[in-house]
Design a protein around this ligand. Sequence first.
Ligand SMILES: Cc1cc2nc3c(=O)[nH]c(=O)nc-3n(C[C@H](O)[C@H](O)[C@H](O)COP(=O)(O)O)c2cc1C
Length: 204
Amino acid sequence: MSQNRTDIESDIHPIIASRWSPRAFDQERCVETEKLLSCIEAARWSSSCFGDEPWRFIVAEKASNPNGWQQMLATLAEKNQLWAQHAPVLILACAANNFSQNGKPNRWGQYDTGQAMMALALQATSTGLITHSMGGFDPAAAVATFNITDDFTPMSVTAVGYPGAIETLDEGFRTTETTPRKRKPISEIAFTTWNRSWNSEEQI
Ligand SMILES: Cc1cc2nc3c(=O)[nH]c(=O)nc-3n(C[C@H](O)[C@H](O)[C@H](O)COP(=O)(O)O)c2cc1C
């Protein structure tokens, strides 16, 4: 099991470097409650616009809440179910549509919720867990199943657990598990002005 990171341009913290999104989960190994709590705690301490904390999480643990977990799994796209069925924990992240303090639209609610999920993922990674977020799920089904109120938008479902053997995966997923991970070069994403590279000053 490796995170297959290639084309490294600069040093980063080992926890950030080792986070990735595997699909092979160990279905025999539960996530300890303390570790899961720390993951949510990490998300809780994320930054947010106006400190509004627009994130909410629905945590479905297979061991303690098999029905809830099964219902969460059922909201996933079929292709995601194929591998996520081995993950002992599924976490649905929802973002507030409006600021709690004044009811005005919160354009940053989804941004903040994404940040919180990255904090969760990094905390998980630091304790040997793996995470894999999914946009491939049915938000309407999630709303209906978990009674989510219409002031929140379901954003993602994240599988959390321990790494498993690649052989447990469907054939089609095995190659993606070992394919080198790539990123756009820094010159294509960091600018001094639009489309002018920050680090080389060459126009792209
Ligand atoms: C919001 C979001 C939605 C995603 N949706 C899916 C998905 O439905 N199915 C899937 O297999 N992976 C999904 N992924 C995982 C991405 O494909 C993965 O993060 C990306 O390829 C980068 O790989 P890495 O996380 O290993 O760096 C999603 C990731 C994010 C952040």
